[in-house]
Design a protein around this ligand. Structure first.
Ligand SMILES: [Zn+2]
Length: 392
């Protein structure tokens, strides 16, 4: 039974202690170092030992995208994100023709919880094709549709699907959210120009999460273009106001200025806000042009200055950083205690995805997924399902 000793990061505190595992599960946790657990070899770590990060919104990395349609591409992405502290992730689809989405979901089903040499697939985030065309962002236009016409049943029946996104102003949203709920899938709202009241209606039907706060969503200023008064709130204001809604931020140090990260943290708090990468295949790759979505068939974007941009340079187009960057950016922007920052990378996303019984905190019986951080919060070690992926 391997045992690690260091500053353990729990959901509510950081405390010196030991954590041990046997097989792929945590088997002992103790903070009494004199009589605490740990036989045989105890590895001393002069830094923090946190639960592995869980990314609920991620498209690719190291040259591969989950939409490429091969198990090898999945493995490449999973290995890339492990270098940044991620131990579990929800593979996230893009807008694409139905056959590409079918292929994505089939691979996802087959790789669920399987070893990849890096992070493991904890499920799928079914993302697109139900986006509002005007809010589609950098997603390919081909394949866009609404749930009234492009029936969701064929997608939602896959066992891997944990979360599923819809723009709530689209026809068929009510049925879509009911179908999600029936299957235990978390209904998400995103890529939308909905009004506050449309969002409130979707929440009444079961929607519980909002994709990348501040990005590809309506707000007071945008809605004013179609109605002079009264000024109305959009998806942004509804997300901040409605307690039933959890959300996430792309904390890549590029998308959002520190004041917006701080605002999200202050209003939603660490139990309702997750950090995500929303990274695409250009993560850990040199600057240049890349496909967002399936290789050669998605949308062309450019990686420059640590972010994805549209080819004209005027729009943001996905991110290219790991969750470790998000952790440090949020620490700086929010000045929150470390255990709250870590919670936004672990237990909170696990809860959002309905996976907190298995992942997200240092607790006996949960997965032996650990990240070792130095005092500057750099990733120095990683254990996934009891196996060392990065040895310090
Ligand atoms: Zn998006």
């Amino acid at each position: 039974m391997p045992t690690l000793e260091g500053d353990l990061v729990f959901p509510d505190r950081t405390e010196k202690g030991r954590v041990g595992w046997s097989g792929d599960l945590l088997s002992s946790i103790g903070t009494n170092l004199i009589n605490g657990p740990g036989q045989g070899e105890i590895i001393l770590w002069d830094g923090f030992i946190a639960p592995g990060f869980l990314d609920i919104h991620v498209h690719g990395g190291d040259g591969a995208d989950f939409m490429d349609g091969t198990a090898q591409a999945f493995q490449t992405v999973c290995r890339a994100h492990a270098r940044h502290g991620t131990t579990r992730l929800l593979a996230t689809s893009t807008v694409a023709p139905s056959d590409q989405i079918d292929r994505f979901l089939e691979i996802c089903d087959s790789l669920l919880d399987a070893p990849t040499g890096g992070a493991r697939i904890a499920g799928a985030h079914f993302y697109g094709p139900y986006f509002a065309p005007a809010a589609k962002g950098c997603h390919p236009g081909e394949g866009l549709g609404d749930p009234a016409h492009l029936k969701p049943g064929r997608f939602l029946d896959h066992r891997c699907v944990r979360t599923a996104t819809v723009a709530p102003e689209l026809p068929g949203t009510a049925d879509f959210l009911v179908e999600c709920k029936k299957r235990g899938i978390v209904g998400c709202l995103g890529h939308s120009h909905a009004t506050f009241s449309q969002v409130a209606d979707a929440v009444a039907l079961g929607a519980r999460h909002v994709d990348h706060l501040f990005c590809a969503m309506s707000d007071r200023a945008r809605l004013r273009q179609s109605q002079t008064y009264p000024m109305r709130g959009g998806l942004l204001e509804a997300t901040l106001a409605i307690d039933e809604l959890t959300t996430e931020v792309i904390a890549d140090d590029r998308h959002l200025a520190d004041e917006l990260l701080y605002l999200a943290y202050k209003v939603k708090g660490p139990d309702r806000l997750a950090l995500v990468t929303d990274s695409m295949r250009a993560m850990d790759m040199p600057d240049g042009e890349y496909w967002f979505g399936k290789d050669g068939m998605g949308e062309a974007i450019r990686k420059a200055d640590g972010v994805g941009l549209t080819l004209d340079g005027k729009g943001l187009a996905s991110a290219v950083q790991g969750l470790d960057v998000g952790m440090r950016a949020m620490k700086r922007a929010s000045r929150a205690p470390l255990h709250e920052i870590i919670r936004m990378l672990t237990l909170t996303p696990a809860r959002i995805a309905g996976l907190a019984d298995r992942f997200g905190s240092l607790q006996v019986g949960k997965a032996a997924d650990l990240v070792l951080l130095d005092r500057q919060l750099q990733v120095r070690g990683l254990v996934v399902a009891g196996e060392w992926v990065i040895k310090p």
